[in-house]
Design a protein around this ligand. Structure first.
Ligand code: BG6
Length: 489
């Protein structure tokens, strides 16, 4: 049984308290931590939003949210009541003076405890909220601010946001969330690499042929069309989640698991990414947009229909070939692909090793295939190491490619916590290892911006794909051109 250590007493102030993120993710995550005994008595969650609600109205709203978003087996009436008892509500429009005195008064009751401002709001409000809490003296030495992605929409806007946040908070107080870093299997990638002696000697261009990172979703853009249409898959998924995964696969061993040691190594990878720009962008990237098709066996509308527009140049799918210019990885392509309305929800990292140099087996023994290490991040979290074995049974020598399969659900009979559960408490602990530092976010934009600019300059139209397919056929051609294929289990 894992030992759970309680975190210090806190006041979590959630701006955007009535929004989807707060109701769907943040409140259920904090509930789980309370249920597991990690939240000390007296800790409070202060919801802030424009809606005119009383504490009790807000508690009723969150009771409903917990009912909707908690799995049946996790609902515990007594813990739900204690959790609702932690909630307070402040109606405030950040641009208006009215709500601030009540927030200040509430927070002064817990002046020396850990205080976290969680900005679960659109990025256009980050600056105003930070300036607001700063000018009203709400930032104590024990205060942290949590910023959701997207941090900006390009390098220039990210710098502006970081600058504004930095006027009020030191970098040690800023927690930029990338929820992929809170996923169990993503952290397991670090343990697999740096807690075992097996992989590290092979983890380089001498032995690795290529790496694939796939994040596929079956959902469309749904109600998020307004945001998504100004963003697209490159900004929404590649700039953050996918590049973070790439960094964790490719980084050098940090000398400790301390935040800056890990972040320094990730930053070096971001800086070593070979630029993709100009005509090259059309060769090594593919962008697509889904048309009507199917999702989970049901008819599904196309993207334009979903967002209610006649045209849009926003990509809902991206595949690209990235390269890292350093000694370890020169010549090893990293193929990335992500999209909405793909056939299955799957996030996985595939490290494809090189083939053996020479086969000693007779031709009719079967093909000796190269080893692959597959880390399944979701669903069905686990690790598969594909190896060659002798096909069991008599009748001569035949070889077979099989996975050494470790499904975490089978191996560990524990609940898999949502990424937010770990991240929210890491904020209280003041542990920034799983959060992005300012220079990382900016380095990622520095690599992403020229791709976007090249797409805009070339005017190459988006490639349509049918909802429920693996994206445009050009994405398959992108990898097959190099004599490789996308991994299929
Ligand atoms: C978010 C993106 O950051 O990640 C969404 O904005 C995407 O578009 C989501 O759907 C995917 O997260 P997960 O945890 O469901 O893989």
């Amino acid at each position: 049984m894992t030992k759970l250590i309680p975190v210090p007493c806190f006041d979590y102030v959630v701006f955007g308290a009535t929004g989807d993120l707060a109701r769907r993710k943040l409140m259920p995550a904090l509930y789980h931590r309370l249920r597991d005994g990690q939240v000390l008595d007296g800790s409070r969650i202060v919801g802030v939003s424009r809606r005119d609600l009383s504490d009790d109205d807000y508690r009723a709203m969150i009771r409903e949210a917990l009912d909707q978003f908690l799995p049946e087996e996790d609902k515990d009436a007594e813990t739900i009541d204690s959790f609702l008892g932690m909630l307070r509500y402040v109606a405030a429009d950040v641009g208006d003076e009215a709500g601030w005195p009540r927030l200040k008064e509430l927070l002064e009751e817990g002046a020396d405890r850990v205080r976290a401002f969680y900005l679960a709001v659109g990025p256009d409000l980050f600056t105003e909220i930070c300036a607001g809490v700063g000018s009203r003296g709400l930032v104590t030495p024990q205060t942290r601010v949590v910023i959701e992605k997207p941090v900006g929409k390009d390098l220039a806007s990210a710098e502006q946001v970081n600058e504004a946040v930095g006027k009020v908070f030191t970098e040690e107080q800023v927690f930029r969330i990338d929820h992929y870093l809170g996923k169990e299997t993503v952290q397991n990638l670090m343990v697999l690499r740096f807690g075992n002696v097996l992989y590290e000697p092979l983890w380089n261009s001498a032995h690795v042929d290529h790496v694939q990172i796939t994040v596929g979703e079956t959902i469309g853009v749904g109600t998020r069309g307004g945001y998504y249409d100004t963003s697209g898959a490159l900004r929404d998924m590649v700039q953050n989640h996918m590049l973070q995964l790439l960094c964790l696969v490719a980084m050098e061993p940090p000398d400790s698991f301390e935040a800056n040691a890990v972040r320094d190594e990730k930053l070096k990878i971001l800086k070593a990414l070979k630029p993709i720009a100009g005509d090259n962008a059309d060769i090594v990237t593919v962008r697509g947009q889904y048309r009507a098709g199917a999702a989970n066996g049901n008819p599904a509308p196309g993207y334009l229909e979903e967002i209610g527009k006649d045209r849009s140049s926003t990509e809902t799918f991206v595949a690209l070939k990235a390269e890292i210019s350093n000694w370890r990885w020169a010549g090893v392509p990293f193929y990335l692909r992500t999209g909405k309305r793909l056939p299955t929800r799957v996030s996985e990292i595939v490290v494809a090793f090189k083939p053996i140099p020479h086969s000693i087996f007779p031709k009719d023994a079967g093909t000796v295939e190269a080893n692959r290490l597959v880390l399944r991040l979701q669903p069905d979290e686990g690790v598969k190491q594909w190896i060659m074995i002798k096909d069991p049974g008599p009748g001569g020598m035949r070889v077979r490619h099989v996975p050494l399969d470790m499904s975490f659900a089978d191996a560990f009979k524990v609940r898999h916590p949502d990424a937010y559960e770990r991240l929210l408490l890491d904020v209280v602990r003041g542990n920034q290892t799983l959060f992005m530092r300012r220079d990382e976010v900016e380095a990622a934009w520095r690599w992403i911006d020229p791709i976007r600019e090249a797409w805009e300059a070339s005017g190459t139209p988006l490639k349509p794909y049918v909802a429920g397919s693996w994206g445009p056929s050009a994405a398959i051609a992108l990898i097959e051109r190099d004599g490789r294929t996308w991994h299929e289990d």
